[in-house]
Design a protein around this ligand. Structure first.
Ligand code: ZN
Length: 254
């Protein structure tokens, strides 16, 4: 396969302002991979699904997607997440609900990119959070591809392993409010688990929308952060009658 730049989006969570800012800033790309949790928490589920349906070549379902489209019960969610899921379920159009219900579970390997795995949580268990090297260990050793992209934790970064060495990756940025990027080159024969971060509800104490671009020729991942119209996204959440906490936490990035 020739050079390809894949735009990788995860955990958009119904945040239209953040998604638009990310797409505007992304520059050139050949394909879009969505790692799940398109909806839940944010107040623009239909607008976000419309964009993702049009742009993403590959979609992986997330746990919020599953609950919001009625495939799973909200009983395992905390009260705030549950309230948002119920609101989203009512708000979505029938067509969008159907589309979401048909999104496959991970892990998925793109036909044109056999060295890549895409998943929402762990590629070994879609609901598992990969927060530490302990969580990353089994997937790094058991998944057959050299690179796996995951979401679910809303933490941008990842894990690298080349026996007997391994380390955690955290992008380093200079500001807290400007558009920035941080490039990670992928050495041969090192295996990676990479989280592009969350578009719509980052939890790494950085409010800016997070995403990544995977460049297959340069063999690098470019992590990105972009500011977005936070006030508009917060206003929509409050006006929709969703829990206030969901608006407040966006500012804190957690
Ligand atoms: Zn999520």
């Amino acid at each position: 396969m020739d050079r390809m730049r894949a735009l990788i989006l995860s955990d958009i969570h119904g945040n239209l302002e953040a998604l638009n800012a990310a797409l505007d800033a992304a520059g050139e790309y050949d394909t879009v991979w969505n790692l799940g949790d398109v909806v839940g928490y944010g107040a623009s589920p239909n607008e976000v699904i419309d964009i993702v349906r049009e742009r993403a070549q590959i979609n992986v379902r997330g746990n919020h997607d599953r609950v919001c489209c009625g495939l799973a019960s909200a009983l395992g969610f905390n009260p705030v997440a549950r309230a948002a899921a119920m609101w989203t379920r009512d708000e979505m159009t029938a067509a969008n609900r159907e589309w979401l219900a048909a999104v496959p579970a991970g892990p998925i390997t793109p036909a044109e990119m056999p060295s890549v795995t895409l998943a929402h949580g762990s590629p070994l268990n879609e609901d598992q959070y990969i927060l530490t090297m302990r969580d990353a260990w089994a997937p790094l050793h058991q998944i057959g591809t050299t690179i796996t992209f995951i979401g679910h934790t809303h933490l941008q970064g990842g894990f690298a392993q080349r026996d007997p060495d391994w380390h955690e990756l955290r992008p380093q940025y200079k500001t807290r409010n400007e558009a920035e990027s941080w490039t990670l080159s992928l050495p041969e024969s090192t295996r990676h688990l990479i989280n592009p971060g969350s578009i719509g509800q980052p939890r790494d104490c950085d409010w800016r929308a997070a995403f990544a671009i995977y460049d297959t020729i340069a063999n690098e991942v470019i992590f990105r952060r972009v500011p977005y119209d936070l006030t508009a996204a917060q206003g929509r959440i409050l006006m929709a009658g969703l829990p206030e906490k969901l608006a407040a936490r966006l500012r804190e990035g957690r």
